[in-house]
Ligand binder design. Sequence first.
Ligand code: JEE
Length: 380
Amino acid sequence: MRVDIVSIFPDYLAPLELSLAGRAQGRGLLDIAVHDLRAWTSDRHRTVDDTPYGGGAGMVMKPEPWGEALDEVATGRPTIVFTTPSGEPFTQGLARDLATREHLVLACGRYEGIDQRVVEHAATLGEVLEVSLGDYVLNGGEVAALAITEAVVRLVPGFMGNAASLLEESHEDGLLEYPVYTKPATWREREVPAVLLSGDHAAIARWRREQAVRRTAERRPDLLPPSAVPGGGELRHAVPADVGELYTLQLCCWVQEQHANPGVRIPALHESLEDMRRSLEEWTWLVLRRGGRLVAAARGRIEDDTWDVGRLMVAPDLQGQGLGRFMLAEIESVAPPAVTAYTLFTGAQSLDNIRMYKRAGYRLRGEGPPGAVRLAKPRR
Ligand code: JEE
């Protein structure tokens, strides 16, 4: 495999030409070259940027040096990768795909990015991908190119002492890794989990799987298969784009509550769209969509060792079908491991709600704010 990287900071990528890839390069498996974009400028100041058409802050990389550079480097129909914050996410799947290519060209922008016509021109030279390392903003494409190169190069057959560890990766289950330990068995009063010293291979495999599932649920719930929703639909963690519909559903559902509890001041009816936006940052929210429509939601957050559950809502036309029970079980299940009990408030006159909570194992635990009651249940 050949990899050409073009940047105005070639020194940034020097580690690639040396250590990591060095051994494979020596064996002719891999040939990495880093190029200084300014080599393809022709003015005295070696200018690579200019002001943006249409106005706006910052500078844009001008097309001419990039055109000259790609014409020279991107020969033989390579795969050309532009790293950009607006690209498709870089994943292990994309790394595996790129590892099958004969020739990669990585174009690293700076400033506010590269004139889009360069990307269009590159598409006449080879297959073009616009790729992002992740959802955060870097100052340029170099760090992304470094990460992409490292992830791709280790998958090239024959690279590294990779045979065994890559075989293991191909058997992966889509979960996060279980925690790992080595000697000594006791370190600063901390023990290695006893099961790992037991010699019971089945028990060890079970323990590792449990740990992997627990970690995944806690850190990357998006990686777990969606739980079966009664009546169909998609359960997700709320994202900022849900705020408008969530706010609308909340107002609609708590008007019902207000009618069941006349005279009670219901906070959910006195919140702004901005409050809802903040709530998404401060709470774990789950939303349920059916046919694209947001039909149910619930939120939770930890307070001491209790999971504070609230805002359990189901669209009025879908109530009485078990969706509330389902959402309650789901918001309970995303509580972190430290949680030992669940708690929630509801209107003292909301008899249907109270019955549902009791069926789910909650018991009355005294008064809440005026007109409300508190319910709680221990965790499993
Ligand atoms: C390439 C220039 C800097 C910063 C405007 C407006 C963008 C460009 N995961 C990743 N994060 N950042 C990059 C990346 C950054 C780059 C270049 C890659 C070239 N920059 C730059 C800010 C902006 N912002 C608001 O939305 C975010 C544009 C990257 C990758 N890969």
